[in-house]
Design a protein around this ligand. Sequence first.
Ligand code: RTP
Length: 148
Amino acid sequence: MAEQTFIMIKPDGVQRGLIGEVISRFEKKGFYLKGLKLQNVEKSFAEQHYSDLSSKPFFAGLVEYIVSGPVVAMVWEGKSVVATGRKIIGATNPLASEPGTIRGDFAVDIGRNVIHGSDSVESARKEIALWFPEGIAEWRSSQHNWIY
Ligand code: RTP
């Protein structure tokens, strides 16, 4: 199976009208959209998603931020999509992310950095299982022929 990553547009990105912009950047790069939903998440679910960060001082604020409004959960697929997705997103702190990246172009605050992307193939697998327990769409192979 081709590599997949989990991408989430956080509540600030949704509220600021950046859904189309984010999707467009991943589409134009040549990745395939395999899963997509807009949803509110419960506190316990946000805590589970960010469980690796539970000891961090910013954890409670991070969870509060993620549950503050709907998020867009997505699965994207393609060659090296995990690492390349992180490049498209830019550095965690938007003040350090390069112009041309999503965070570099649209954010200034680490606590409101618009988007999440899996940091490894293993995290992507876990995050996709957590967010899409119902599974994701299959594309017919003939539909791939005109896009790299
Ligand atoms: P993400 O998981 O959201 O893609 O972010 P990341 O891998 O680039 O960064 P990570 O270290 O995993 O942190 C997850 C999210 O926590 C918030 N954060 N706040 N000092 C702070 O206040 C602080 N540090 C991190 C950010 O929203 C970051 O994306």
